[in-house]
Design a protein around this ligand. Sequence first.
Ligand SMILES: NC(=O)c1ccc[n+]([C@@H]2O[C@H](COP(=O)([O-])OP(=O)(O)OC[C@H]3O[C@@H](n4cnc5c(N)ncnc54)[C@H](OP(=O)(O)O)[C@@H]3O)[C@@H](O)[C@H]2O)c1
Length: 201
Amino acid sequence: MNVGVLGTGNVATAVGEGLAASGHRVVFGSRTPEAKAGRRPPVVGLRDAARHGEIVVNATSGRGSLQALERIGPEPLAGKILIDIAMHPDREPAYPDSSLAETIQAAFPGACVVKTLSSVPARLMANPRALGAPSTVFLSGDDSEAKRLVAGLLEDLGWPPESQLDLGGLATARGPEHLVPLLLDVYDALGTSAVNINIVR
Ligand SMILES: NC(=O)c1ccc[n+]([C@@H]2O[C@H](COP(=O)([O-])OP(=O)(O)OC[C@H]3O[C@@H](n4cnc5c(N)ncnc54)[C@H](OP(=O)(O)O)[C@@H]3O)[C@@H](O)[C@H]2O)c1
């Protein structure tokens, strides 16, 4: 599929390169594409990346995500699946009674937002087997067909179906988003972010 990955940082690189390695046609979207000329997959402007994508991935900083999407505007996102991986980095919830994912969905009702991978460290997003044991990736979204397509992309990134846990509608993105303080404490306690949550049934 054509995938536009917004951002050029750790998460964008992991997910974009992982999907490209699975045969998807990936471009990255940046505020400064000219500064990243020559990168593969190629880097274009944010709006061009959104136009390219049948699926658009938000891998921008949590504080900059709405600004990034507003730069793109609603038209290139209309009718698209928008995978939101972004997290607000603060320990205090930025959206105490909501989530970034729901806020994006409300601002861009023509897109179909699916939250996933946000509780997984970037280094494991396209390489979950690096842990040597199964672990869990959550999905949240209001559209079942969109989640089915995203589940396929997660499989392409190395997440087998039994590692994927569909939490339900987009409001369930609050759980993974509000895990930020716990995750930061776990990384601090263990001295590494090479860890992930595993839900055992
Ligand atoms: N790192 C992790 O392990 C991890 C895990 C789970 C979730 N997340 C979340 O995933 C997102 C990306 O994380 P990261 O580690 O890749 O961060 P990062 O390395 O700092 O990259 C963030 C990217 O966002 C873009 N950006 C920043 N401010 C922007 C703005 N105002 N408008 C448009 N684009 C902007 C930048 O791209 P350009 O400079 O090219 O425009 C930058 O490459 C964050 O929301 C983070 O909380 C990260």
